[in-house]
Design a protein around this ligand. Structure first.
Ligand code: HEM
Length: 498
């Protein structure tokens, strides 16, 4: 007997119709399981080809323009930076959800290509991620504390620097001058004495040119420029002189590390360089050591982040006091009552100087120098407020928007130190929305140091001088210029002896 034909049997059993039903169902199920999930992006402005939304971000006033955009799009927005997708957060509760509640997913930094071209990111405190960054941050924080951050041992050093700064103001004999170079030098000396072990005279030409380089980069040439959108322009002849200055800055720092290696003594740890030379694993033993060839890179971050932010805050303070003479008088009166004009201020004095403290806080709220934190990145595909945030997305937060939000501050565009005082005026209080140093795992490591410097330097200066804008100068512009930091631009003052 002939064996039955297999295909005939198959078609006897399954009709053509049932085969079709089976095939279509298979395809539908396959599609459902293999289809990419729809990405629900936050709302945002429509983009132009090539440049995306760059033209709408407000240039040097981008902190204000992007804060205002949130009125239309809400506290979480999707923006396109010449093809690079980014999420911009302006609302305090969304920022807290991302950086505090979901800190594991939003604590990486976004790799900025321009930064990689100029200084590299290996060994960077600001731009590295992962275990290397964690160890480096821990070691640096420990070293900052050992060298006096938040302690009275550093108080004397800062007071000494304040005396030098006051002497240089005194030398102007009440005539108009630009306070920027000396204030920047004084602030840089504090971080240099902790990290490099030395301070530099205000007329040292080599150090001056380094400080000018930092200022150009952080306040003037950076920010929303063609260079930041098309970083490869860095290699064109247009940037030749800045490239040369970058090389000079890097070799200065490398040179200081080499000098330290030559004189290193493990029984006499002089500064942060020595801490790294000694190795940073003495506590716990699990920390990754920073290779000696990369020590300069972390120093550069401390130097740049520690100098430009604090000196611009000092400059905003001086400028604002000239515009709000009633506040300046009240600050001076409180200093006269509590410390007098002879003895230098101490850290414990701060507790008895609530109006001084409140004024320093209001300066940081009114003109926050770090309007945007260095961009973070989502480390995994995640979700925020129901929106999809894909791994690697560039996450911006606009601190200026939080510090000027009418939701958190009454009359936010007014300069009112009293907003930080308790009802009886005897203490300061810190509202949840006061976040000029950022928040979460990557919060500023120099916060305590900056707060010490601002208090001691300002108090020393206001013991001796009243600041005024020269009569012949125009009324200063209080808008400022946004680069990486928000700086007040160039202005002159008279420091009148009290
Ligand atoms: C008024 C002065 C200062 C302001 C307003 C300021 C503000 C900030 C802000 C907003 C961030 C980003 C935080 C975040 O991502 O959430 C930051 C990070 C940082 N700051 Fe400051 N800063 C100041 C002074 C300093 C000083 C004096 C130092 C040096 C000791 C310093 C070193 C750093 C470093 C290294 C980071 C990166 C931290 C990390 O990524 O882990 N800053 N700062």
């Amino acid at each position: 007997m002939a064996s039955p034909n297999v295909s005939a049997l198959f078609f006897d059993y399954f009709s053509l119709q049932s085969c079709l039903i089976f095939g279509v169902s298979f395809l539908v199920i396959y599609q459902v399981f293999t289809r990419e999930k729809p990405v629900k992006l936050p709302p945002g402005p429509t983009c132009l080809p090539l440049i995306g939304n760059v033209h709408r971000l407000g240039g040097r006033q981008m902190h204000i323009v992007t804060a205002n955009m949130s009125e239309k799009f809400g506290g979480i927005m999707h923006i396109n930076l010449a093809g690079m997708k980014a999420v911009l957060l302006t609302d305090l509760q969304i920022i807290r959800e991302a950086f505090l509640d979901k800190t594991d997913r939003f604590s990486d930094r976004f790799r900025i290509r321009l930064g990689e071209y100029i200084w590299g990111t290996k060994g960077s405190l600001i731009y590295e991620n992962g275990n290397g960054w964690k160890s480096h941050r821990r070691a640096t924080l420990r070293a900052l504390r050992n060298f006096g951050m938040g302690k009275r041992s550093l108080e004397n050093k800062i007071n000494e620097e304040a005396r030098c700064l006051a002497r240089s103001f005194e030398d102007e004999n009440g005539h108009p001058f630009n306070p920027q170079p000396t204030v920047q030098n004084a602030v840089a000396n504090v971080i240099c004495s902790i990290s490099l072990g030395s301070r530099y005279d205000y007329d040292d030409p080599e150090f001056r040119s380094l400080l000018d380089y930092i200022k150009v980069f952080m306040s003037e040439r950076s920010g929303p420029s063609l260079l930041s959108v098309f970083p490869k322009l860095w290699f064109t002849p247009f940037y030749k002189s800045l490239r040369k200055q970058s090389v000079k800055c890097i070799s200065f720092l490398r040179g200081v590390v080499e000098q330290h290696k030559a004189t290193f003594d493990s029984n006499d740890i002089r500064d942060i360089i020595d801490v790294h030379l000694q190795g940073n694993d003495e506590e716990g033993g699990s920390d990754e050591k920073l290779p000696q060839s990369l020590i300069w890179r972390g120093l550069f971050d401390l130097f740049a982040a520690g100098t430009d932010t604090t000196s611009n805050t000092m400059l905003w303070g001086i400028l604002l006091l000239t515009q709000y003479p009633r506040v300046q008088e009240k600050v001076q009166q409180e200093i006269d009552d509590v410390i007098g004009r002879e003895r230098p201020p101490t850290l414990p004095d701060r507790l008895h100087l609530p109006y001084v403290d409140a004024t320093l806080m209001e300066i940081q709220r009114f003109r926050p120098v770090a309007c945007f934190v260095p961009p973070r990145a989502a480390s995994v595909d995640t979700e925020l407020l129901g929106y999809s945030i894909q791994k690697g997305t560039n996450v911006w937060i606009n601190l200026y928007a939080v510090l000027h939000s009418p939701e958190h501050w009454k009359d936010p565009e007014e300069f009112i130190p009293e907003r930080f005082l308790t009802a009886d005026g005897k203490k300061t209080e810190t509202p949840e929305a006061f976040i000029p140093f950022g928040l979460g795992r990557r919060i500023c490591i120099g916060e305590q140091l900056a707060r010490m410097e601002l208090f001691l330097l300002m108090t020393n200066l206001l013991q001796r001088f009243t600041f005024e804008i020269p009569k012949e100068d125009p009324k200063p512009n209080l808008a400022g210029k946004h680069g990486i930091t928000l700086s007040p631009g160039r202005f002159r003052i008279c420091a009148v002896n009290r």
